[in-house]
Write a protein that binds this ligand. Structure first.
Ligand SMILES: [Zn+2]
Length: 752
């Protein structure tokens, strides 16, 4: 530590000597050119090798060593940096076993990922964790086995029609179609006593590509670890919802924590899963339930019993968030936040260290700029998060600890995570679309030679004609906007699955999640022991070209948000997206109503059949609860108002933005800084008060996938009619508050 610090200060002196004050760029183009000159893929590759050299899960020696190394780097680049710690229960397995009973001796699942020669997995220190799920419920159960396909709600409906119950059974589920954590949760809700999740080769194994080390896909022994914490209720430390997990925080007990599963669950490889699936009797599964193993897939139950046992160490572990600050020269109380997590399930080369090395390169490049005497106008806060994998722990606890200050000072939060070769992708608050578009239209794609923006628009247009696209109408609407060069290319809404969640959904900050992907294949080693430096540099981003491109892209977003005197939001882009979301929920309500009317006779027959003696019902059919005709008028009016206010604001900004007096500029900045916080509803979404943003949320039945206008949309989808009706009004109020703020800002711009 001391030696590193010493070397660090030496390199700062060196940097100062090389980049003297005469090198200081004077305009934004010069700043970005100097930034790019500091981005070196080889250097980033060297960092990746170092950071991914040993396992990096929460509580591991190397995760802590990496935090200290990252801290020393930022200090050496001239940042004011420190480590902030939190205390969380982080379960790690003490004992786990899975056996198929019967026969002469039981088959014991290996639950192991054997080392691959020539790969980091062969040289790892022995503190790599076995395959397991964080926040499953410890237990020891013996029961017959049932196969439930992806384990999503539709699959349970189909299973019921087949006359098979999972009550008292252990279920085996394959990965895919929905977030991992929903699988054991839905199994538990349907009465299962245990849950096994396996990676079918159909989805990321030999059916997709050659398996590692011959190709990128999942080898037979590869296991996808992960969290099964119910983060649709709230992410972060399960014991401290809404407050930071500091040493003296008031805590729930583990049994009180609603986000921890009650039944035991384990992830397994397809090598192990095949033996269990072969033991299933009963009906052959429907076509869409078949995977790619060389067996006949049956639903079960099995005649043989399965024994599943998991026991964990639930002791508290320390999280190490690295926080690096560069104070702004003009607007020190306006902060630009930039984060990426550092912890991995094992080595975590792609997830998350490919994004971490971009964050580091940005930190270095900005430090080099600062060494010339340049200063950002706004304060930059760079964040290397710990504990993302078990449940967005480090980012959520930091957000909850500093929530009040962040709501006053943070302009936006920019996140990245795993990165790979391919096209640009961004999700986030749509009032930041213009900022993002400006950047991607100025960055060159190394494969096409054109701009990243051109390729991004092409991807959005191509999605509309992609037969695998799930929501075709939505994709068409996005493609139409992307095809119009006069408009900003749209960005999609944020759900969950990385560290932005607390910032956008709990604090109401404007936020972005950005990265490259689609070509480099990391899915086959995702959350396994084989997500290594060797795999990343061979298959995911050879030459670290797109990792470097991520640094240049995010660096520009940061630097433009930091240097622009005028607010970076464009309200028209947000209004366009909200209008689309309103059309979608109105259509959803109509479709639901139509479907129920068409089915009414059938539904009545079913209710009749349940009545023991139909003659006693006086012949009158029982009245069905029908989908009400919702009154969308308040929301329709709010969206019309939003469109008008947004246009007036954007026009006033374009016309009068330049040359505002310092007083007016300060007033405008103050009005726009917390604009997105007008979208918060203090009581939160139905049944989940932590989620306060009424425009963007992760779906309760999608997990990672976003639900827009979630109070209304999920109310309709889940037949909670009163909730849907109430949130039409609540959402309209929030949008009216947003529009009201725009009107005030427009008045300032127009001299009012
Ligand atoms: Zn990640």
């Amino acid at each position: 530590m001391n030696r590193i610090a010493l070397l660090a200060s030496a390199s700062l002196l060196c940097a100062g000597a090389v980049y003297g004050a005469d090198m200081m760029p004077t305009d934004q183009a010069g700043v970005e050119k100097a930034f790019d000159a500091s981005v070196h893929p080889d250097e980033m590759g060297g960092w990746l090798k170092r950071l991914a050299a040993e396992p990096n899960q929460v509580g591991s020696p190397h995760d802590k060593a990496n935090a200290e190394w990252v801290l020393a780097q930022f200090k050496s680049w001239g940042w004011d940096a420190h480590i902030e710690t939190f205390e969380v229960p982080y379960p790690t397995p003490i004992h786990e076993s899975l056996e198929l009973m019967g026969g002469k001796k039981p088959f014991k699942a290996t639950l192991q990922e054997k080392p691959i020669p020539g790969d980091s997995s062969a040289t790892a220190k022995d503190y790599a964790l076995p395959g397991y799920f964080a926040y499953q419920g410890d237990g020891d159960v013996t029961a017959p086995l049932v196969y439930v396909n992806y384990g999503m709600p539709d699959d349970y409906d189909a299973l019921q029609k087949m006359g098979v119950s999972v009550k008292g059974k252990i279920v085996i589920v394959r990965y895919g179609a929905g977030w991992r954590g929903l699988k054991p949760k839905l199994a538990q809700e349907h009465g299962a006593v245990g849950c096994i999740v396996y990676s079918d080769p159909h989805d990321d194994g030999y059916a997709v590509d050659a398996t590692y080390p011959n190709g990128p896909a999942r080898p037979p022994q590869g296991i996808q670890r992960g969290s099964v914490q119910d983060m649709t209720l709230y992410p972060g430390d399960p014991l401290t919802p809404g407050v930071g997990a500091t040493k003296d925080a008031k805590r729930l007990s583990i049994s009180e924590a609603k986000t921890i599963l009650k039944i035991p669950a384990l992830p397994i490889s397809y090598g192990d899963a095949q033996v269990f699936l072969q033991a299933l009797n009963g009906q052959v599964v429907p076509q869409s339930w078949r995977g790619s193993l060389p067996i006949t897939y049956r639903v079960g139950p099995s005649a043989a019993m399965v024994h599943l046992s998991v026991k964990s160490d639930w002791s508290m572990k320390t999280l190490y968030d690295v926080v690096a600050v560069m104070k702004g020269s003009a607007y020190p109380d306006q902060w630009i936040l930039r984060g990426n997590h550092r912890d991995g399930w094992v080595f975590g080369a792609t997830d998350p260290l490919s994004g971490q090395i971009a964050l580091l390169e940005e930190g270095k490049a900005i430090g080099r700029l600062a060494a010339t005497g340049w200063r950002p106008k706004r304060t930059l806060v760079y964040l290397s998060w710990d504990g993302e994998e078990p449940g967005l722990l480090g980012s959520t606890e930091w957000a909850e600890t500093h929530g009040d200050e962040l709501k006053k000072k943070a302009v936006l939060y920019i996140n990245s995570d795993s990165n790979s070769r391919g096209t640009f992708a961004a999700e986030g608050s749509q009032d930041l679309e213009h900022l993002v578009n400006g950047v991607i239209d100025d960055v060159t794609d190394p494969e096409t030679g054109g701009t990243v923006g051109e390729r991004y628009r092409a991807r959005l247009r191509a999605a509309a004609v992609d037969p695998s696209e799930r929501d075709k109408e939505h994709a068409k609407a996005i493609a139409k906007a992307a095809a119009d060069p006069g408009q900003d290319a749209p960005i999609e809404a944020l759900g969950s699955g990385s560290d932005y969640s607390a910032y956008v959904q709990h604090l109401g900050l404007a936020a972005l999640n950005v990265g490259y992907g689609g070509e480099g294949d990391s899915g086959g080693v995702y959350h396994s022991r084989y997500d290594t430096f060797e795999h990343h540099s061979r298959f995911v981003d050879p030459g670290f070209v797109y990792d470097a491109l991520l640094a240049k892209t995010v660096g520009r977003i940061v630097l433009r948000a930091a240097q622009a005197d005028l607010p970076v939001q464009r309200a028209g882009d947000f209004a366009r997206s909200v209008a689309l979301y309103l059309a979608e929920v109105k259509k959803l309500a109509t479709e639901k109503r139509d479907a129920q009317m068409v089915q009414a006779g059938l539904l009545r027959d079913r209710v009749f059949a349940l009545v023991a003696d139909p003659t006693k019902s006086n012949g009158a059919p029982p009245v069905l609860e029908t989908v009400p005709a919702f009154d969308f008028a308040p929301l329709e009016a709010a969206v019309e108002k939003l469109k008008a206010s947004a246009k007036a604001y954007d026009d006033a900004l374009a016309k009068n933005g330049a040359g505002l007096s310092p007083d007016r500029l300060a007033h405008l900045q103050a009005l726009m800084l917390d604009l997105d916080q007008t979208l918060l509803y203090d009581a939160g979404l139905p049944g989940r008060p932590w989620f306060k943003n009424v425009i963007y949320a992760p779906g309760t039945l999608t997990g990672y996938g976003a639900k827009t206008l979630p109070g209304i949309r999920e109310g309709i989808e889940q037949q909670r009619w009163a909730d849907a009706a109430a949130y039409i009004k609540i959402t309209a109020d929030a949008l009216n508050a947003y529009s009201g703020r725009l009107d005030q800002a427009a008045a300032v711009l127009s001299g009012g």
